[in-house]
Ligand binder design. Structure first.
Ligand code: DGL
Length: 293
């Protein structure tokens, strides 16, 4: 259960997790959040699972030390490599990753049962989505592709236009080539292309327009942010119902600016600048506290 009075901790390797934070704030506008971007060690996607697990445990430790009541791992790479370790180390609070909710959303969206997943090398290479999808639906067909450059492009703010579309085409054309589509069969038919594309990296939703531009019509794009927010909101609602009496009033100072405390491990200026692309609103460098893990 999520303690009503405690903030929700959210972390990612950088600003990608802001796509999840945005959905969480929309679902739980009264909640306080602490967001940590491990910008000093970004990207996680090309590191070994052991390093990602070690970094993730350090991020979680910093957030738990600040009194969070729930941990959201807003990074697919960290969810793939560290969710089990995080859940056993912090058994006293709910620890919610992005892969299970993303897999469930993909299966809900797909009519054909052929799902494509894109993510970092770590997420795709480790097979985390394939396992999560197969656990939920043993008959699903999964095609996956690592799209490492998308992370750098998102962090650089190159989210649409000809460069973004050219890179998207290079990664996605082989998946949606229609090469094995039977004559007249719709996309995603038993031998056809996938009809659903999971953005299995929290950096990717800002590239959705460029991705959409190169996808065949009729392919549904699934981003796990909304499904993760729904899982957290459900936990929070159950916790509020169970709490007696309900919570303590949050002081006025903590209600300001959407109740988010910002932490990063490097580069407050850069974090502030790039986060604008993800949040749709400017953040000031002096609002971001730089911490050492
Ligand atoms: N945003 C992270 C994810 O969802 C990965 C970015 C990185 O490579 O650090 O996987």
């Amino acid at each position: 259960l999520i303690d009503d009075r405690s903030p929700i901790g959210v972390f990612d390797s950088g600003v990608g997790g802001l796509t999840v934070l945005r959905a969480l704030r929309a679902a739980l506008p009264e909640r306080r959040f602490i967001y940590l971007g491990d910008t000093a060690r970004l990207p996680y996607g090309t590191k070994s699972p052991e390093s990602v697990a070690r970094y993730s445990l350090q991020c979680a430790e910093a957030l738990v030390a600040r009194g969070i009541g729930c941990l959201v791992v807003a990074c697919n790479t960290a969810s793939a490599s560290a969710l089990g370790a995080l859940r056993s180390r912090y058994a006293q609070i709910p620890v919610i990753g992005v892969i299970e909710p993303g897999a469930a959303a993909a299966l809900a969206a797909s009519r054909s049962g052929h799902v494509a997943v894109i993510g970092t090398e770590g997420t795709i290479g480790g097979g985390a989505y394939q396992r999560a999808l197969l656990r939920l639906e043993p008959k699903v067909r999964v095609t996956s592709q690592a799209c490492s450059l998308f992370v750098a492009m998102a962090e650089e703010g190159w989210v649409d236009g000809p460069i973004a579309e050219a890179v998207a085409r290079r990664y996605l054309d082989p998946i949606f080539s229609a090469a094995d589509t039977l004559d007249g069969a719709p996309y995603g038919g038993p031998y056809g292309d996938p009809d659903t594309l999971v953005l299995g990296c929290t950096h990717f939703p800002v590239l959705a327009r460029a991705i959409r531009a190169v996808l065949p019509a009729g392919v549904t794009i699934v981003d796990s942010a909304a499904s993760v927010a729904a899982v957290v909101a459900r936990e929070a609602a159950m916790s509020s119902a169970a709490a007696t009496p309900i919570g303590v009033a949050v002081p006025g100072s903590l209600r300001a600016r959407g109740h988010v405390q910002w932490l990063a491990t490097d580069g407050a200026q850069r974090f502030a600048r790039v986060s604008a692309v993800f949040l749709g609103a400017a953040l000031h460098a002096d609002e971001i506290e730089i911490i050492d893990l």
